[in-house]
Design a protein around this ligand. Structure first.
Ligand SMILES: *Cc1c(COP(=O)(O)O)cnc(C)c1O
Length: 455
């Protein structure tokens, strides 16, 4: 019998009562978002037409290190938090690595991913302000599912624009959103000016997150009592996700360890921020030397091959200009299965942290990620989301380096979600028909050249 403890949990009382706002500790604060027309820095009030007021203030808060989690939100967290921290003994054994591998299992949330951590918070703040309707976009559908459920919990109506390719490839996510009572529209659609513009130019357009965001923002701006909510990229979303890392910090202490390497997959940055920032604060303070690795798809490599530049969050240029590592808002990534990672830019905080050397990024081809995901399935029993497979692949690379050097490093990665609704992607991998996509330097430089040079 082996008596080694495998999973670490917190009691309800130990669930964090505050989120961690890394902006307060950053030596270089993120540059401000800009008004898209005047290029003047935006204040919180300028964001009020789009987002709930409390969220606007969280977005631009560079002074308060800790932000209270409202009791109503924390109460909802108790339905699935703490999520387990798991020591991946099976994976370690299969790899023959001396590394200690841990993962934080966010796939146990009712909707199957970390996205609910911010959806609940955003729905709560909208409700508190007297908002009745929320609208958003979703790629693979995880954010749409999380928001649909959170809206229902707080008594709001949700309208979701789902990227058309996912709407067709992943019909079950649409059914889940509809089961929670949301209205789901494939994007581009004819219901908005932004959608019509795209369809007029290209009737077969398969959609992108950028287009779907334009549609949702447009709906929010034209509908009374309706706010837009976003599942990633923004500072307040990263803030809400820090509940992941704050729990993990306590759980690692229960395991008697501290991570040498922290890894998250990277779409817009929210789950990576969530697992990393609480640990990164000790690096910023000079107390630790943990490495932080964001794992992005080779087909959408904004961190490794993009430029640091002001760019729009959406395709039509309705959002504020955000300082970010970007491939250009016109960049159309290949239809990889990790739909949640197909976004052209990175969050403002992450972009500044990468620029300042507090973190690293790697880009990985999808065949390597599915190979890693299948080894994880066979050894730990959980089918990971295609997005999460990127984090696993990066963790395997690190663990295999340890095998060569004999180092007993402690590796922590975030399992951002499960892949039980993504089995068609696994089918393709297993049948050998999954493709890798190489982005050419021309693709990258073409879109970047079209950006207005503001930095
Ligand atoms: C949305 C999503 C991601 C990517 O988004 P981030 O904001 O970068 O975390 C990763 N994993 C899963 C399971 C997702 O649903």
């Amino acid at each position: 019998m082996d008596n080694k403890q495998k999973r670490f949990f917190l009691t309800e009382d130990e669930i964090p009562t505050q989120w961690y706002n890394i902006q307060a500790d950053m030596p270089n604060k993120p540059l401000p978002p800009l008004n898209p027309k005047t290029h003047e820095p935006l204040g919180a009030e300028d964001l009020y037409p789009i987002f709930a007021k409390d969220l606007c203030h969280q977005e631009l808060n560079i002074t308060d290190r800790w932000i209270d989690i409202p009791e109503e939100v924390r109460d909802q967290y108790k339905y699935y938090r703490s999520t387990p921290l798991v020591r991946a003994y099976g994976l370690e054994k299969a790899l023959g690595t001396p590394a200690h591998i841990y993962f934080k299992n966010e796939s146990v949330s009712p909707v199957g991913s970390h996205k609910l951590n911010s959806a609940l918070a955003q729905a709560y703040y909208c409700k508190k302000e007297g908002i009745t309707n929320v609208t958003t976009e979703t790629g693979a559908g995880q954010w749409g599912c999380a928001l649909s459920y959170a809206a229902k919990v707080f008594g709001l109506e949700a309208a979701v624009y789902q990227v058309k390719i996912s709407y067709e490839q992943k019909p079950y996510r649409r059914s889940i959103m509809q089961s929670y009572g949301a209205q789901v529209t494939p994007s581009p659609s004819m219901s908005t000016r932004a959608g019509k513009d795209v369809l007029t130019r290209d009737p077969n357009n398969q959609g992108s997150l950028g287009t779907a965001i334009s549609e949702a923002v447009e709906l929010a701006m034209n509908t009374p009592n309706c706010k837009y909510v976003l599942g990633s990229v923004l500072n307040h979303v990263a803030l809400h996700q820090t509940v992941i890392g704050l729990e993990a910090e306590k759980q690692m202490a229960m395991a008697g360890e501290y991570p040498d390497v922290v890894i998250g997959c990277f779409g817009g940055g929210s789950n990576f921020a969530g697992i990393s920032f609480p640990f990164m604060r000790h690096n910023i303070a000079g107390d630790t030397k943990t490495r932080f690795i964001a794992a992005e798809p080779a087909s959408c490599p904004k961190l490794t091959r993009g430029v640091f530049q002001y760019d729009f969050g959406d395709l039509s240029g309705l959002t504020p200009l955000l300082p970010m590592y970007t491939l250009g808002h016109n960049f159309m990534p290949a239809n990889i299965h990790a739909g949640g990672l197909r976004y052209h830019g990175a969050g403002m905080i992450i972009s500044q942290l990468l620029k300042d050397g507090y973190m690293e990024a790697v880009d990985i081809q999808q065949s390597e990620t599915f190979k890693a995901g299948l080894l994880f399935s066979k050894t730990e029993g959980i089918i990971p989301a295609p997005e999460s497979c990127h984090a696993i692949a990066a963790a395997l690379r690190e663990a295999l380096v340890c095998k060569e050097t004999g180092e007993e490093k402690v590796i922590l990665f975030n399992l951002s979600g499960h892949g039980l609704i993504d089995m068609s992607a696994y089918d393709m991998y297993l049948s050998g028909s999954l493709q890798d996509y190489e982005v050419t330097d021309e693709d990258v430089s073409k879109n970047i050249a079209e950006l207005e040079k503001i930095i």
